[in-house]
Design a protein around this ligand. Structure first.
Ligand code: DQA
Length: 147
């Protein structure tokens, strides 16, 4: 594949990064995370598109719109991770491989964060490495799409 297209999706409240519970999520803003990922994408010869929404249906729409356009999805669905059959179904409907990312170690937090509707269908899951997790996921996504 010449230049893979990779979509990074962030769900609800991730637009509040930098302001939101910095002890849990750190000080980086979403804009800085997205810029870092775009720069890394350019370095790795991948086309990176970023999308964020606080709305479940808008995330479903973005996943559906990725069909035939994107080669790989990196998704932090935020709280919808733990609740959304619709986002799971959307990911399955487009058959685009995806990596699930969480900034915090969800397994060291409240029990309701331990279950994910996405993990069993993900290529892999990256949790607890802060916002570096997006870059780890991107490197792996590029390797997988190139092979
Ligand atoms: C999160 C973990 C979720 O439980 C939470 O609802 C979020 C962020 C994370 O990146 O650590 O919004 O996905």
């Amino acid at each position: 594949m010449s230049q893979p297209s990779i979509l990074i999706i962030n769900g609800p409240n991730l637009n509040m990064l930098g302001v939101r519970e910095p002890g849990v999520y750190g000080h980086d803003t979403l804009k800085s995370v997205e810029e870092r990922c775009k720069a890394l994408g350019a370095e790795l010869n991948a086309h990176v598109t970023c999308f964020q929404s606080n709305h479940e249906g808008a995330i479903v729409d973005a996943i559906q719109a990725a069909h035939g356009v994107q080669d790989f999805i990196i998704i932090n669905a935020g709280a919808y991770t733990h609740t959304s059959v619709a986002i799971r179904d959307a990911l399955l409907s487009v058959s685009i491989p995806f990596i699930e990312v969480h900034i915090s170690n969800v397994h060291a937090r409240e029990e309701f964060r331990h279950h994910s509707f996405l993990s069993d269908k993900a290529v892999g899951v990256i949790v607890g490495f802060g916002t570096d997790g997006y870059e780890f996921a991107l490197r792996k996504a590029v390797r997988l799409t190139a092979s």
